[in-house]
Structure formats: C-alpha cells, structure tokens
Unconditional design. Sequence first.
Length: 320
Amino acid sequence: MNWGKWSLLDSPQGNQDRSIERHHAIIETESEHRLKLTWGGGVETSLEKHTVLRRMLPEVTTSPGELCHTSKGSVWVQPAIDAKCLEDLLGDAKTIPLALKAWQRLRNYLREQETSSMSEFLAPDWADWESRFRSLDIWQSSDRSLLEQRLSALGESLSRLPHRKRWTNGDLTTRNILVTPEGQPFIIDAEHAQETHFFQEDLVRMAQLSPALRTHPALGAILGNEPEAAYLEFFEFKQLWLECTQNDMSYRRRISEPRRLNILSGEFQNHDPTSPSLPRARFPGTTAQLFNSADGIWHEDQSIRVDYRTDRSQLIVFPV
C-alpha cells in the first residue's frame, strides 16, 4: 500500500460505544484520488458483507474496494464518494428536497427487489432471529417466562403478514444512507447485511433513530405508510441484539437495560443516549403532501407537502 504523498481530509467518527474499536479516515493521494480507509476489529467481515450487498443491490451500494495488509493490521480501502448522509440533508431546510428525492429513489429501488415467499421459508428465518434474541446474556432468569410469551406472540404476528423478502444492510438508518449532489442514494455499513422476510423493520429503524425525523415527525411522511405493529416490536428486539453484541458495558447499562424492561413490559420508549428527552417518532395520522421540489415551485403531482422555515424551527403540514 504505497500512494506516495497523501493528505488527510477527514476523520469521521463511527460508533464510539463499540466494544471493538473501529477507525475511519478520508485521504487524498498525490494523484488526486480520494479514498476511505477503515481499520480495526472486524473489517474483514464487513468487507465480505459489503461485497455481497453490492452484488445483491448494485445500484445503491458503494464499491466494496479491497483489503490491504499493513504492519499494523488490515485496512479496508474504498473509493470515497462526494456525498452527504441523509440525516445531515434532513437537518437543513435547504437540502430537504434533495433528501426526499434520494429517499424516493432508494425506496422505489428496494421495492423492486422484493420477492414473494412462503411460510416454509419464513419459519426458519424467524427461528434464526428468535434464537439470537433468546440467547442474549442481558436476560435475567426471572425474565424467561415473559420473554418466551413475547417471542411466541411476535412470531405468530409476523407469520400472519404477507410473506415477502429482500436484502437489507441490517442497520438502515439515515446516517447509513449517503446522497450525492445529484440525488443518488448509496447504502453503507453492511456489517449485518442479509436477505430477510423482516425488511420492513428498516422503516421503523429510520423513524426511531433519526434525530431529524424525531424532531419534526411531519418529515416521517417521507417513509410512506406506517409498518405493521409487529415490526415495531421486532425493531426493539433487534436493536437490543445489536446493542448487546456491538457495544461496551457502559452503553449496555445506560441504554440496553431500559430497553430490556421496555420489551418485557411492552411499553416501548426512546432511549437514544444523544437525545434522551426526544419523543419517539410517530408516523403522520393523515395523508399529507410534501413540498419536495428542487426548483422551489409547488407541483401538484407530488405526494406530500411540508412548509418549513429556513431554520427548520417550525414545520407546517397541509392535509390533502
């Protein structure tokens, strides 16, 4: 790995609560190539998963790059693209139109990738997830009876929903979607990528973990129809699994322990450490039209309308 002279452009921070450290850097080589470097625990697996997702969802997954071996360990090298994360675009009134354009493209593409399935294929998929949830070491012995009731009821609810499947990166949040200046979306962070019947959990994940969507729930209209209630509970279980398998003990005490109690009680609350006072995101109760035209002119054929102040201090939704 010899690029000659190079300069550091950025050192993006990832999950600071990971139990295994992971570091990132954006550099520019003397030949003016911009590269994203990732090193630390598990980069080999992340590259493998990213390569699979690129093959399954080629139009919305960035180039996987390659693994370079150095004296200090493996470094994952990818081409760096000129893009901002969807969360940052939703956080600025001037770039909300671009964010909506990108999300609509991504949503339409992902819908095209869905395929029909049958109960004999859904059952082992749920059995795999159920085993992951049940095996977490956060459960106490006194939790077991109620936990089994929750899992049984959730599995039954999921089995009654339409049987469809598609690939997902496994952690679809507004920070894991990059958007180019032209509005092309790209999914990153494919560490948990897999084909699953429970991909609709992605919409719950975006709504619950996006500060922008929680601050202005009207923007939640861009996500489309509210998912079935079963996916709200599936999200809580899956988020607990991610927290317990990825994060350190301090995070688990602050965040995962309250989530465990929420799951057992069935009363789910927000426990985001960055904004614990924010309410859970709610999907709009009425059909609305969103002002998402890049040219600044309202078009009747748009599906949603939101008027906002330039500083995003207020959002006003007009029902159709």
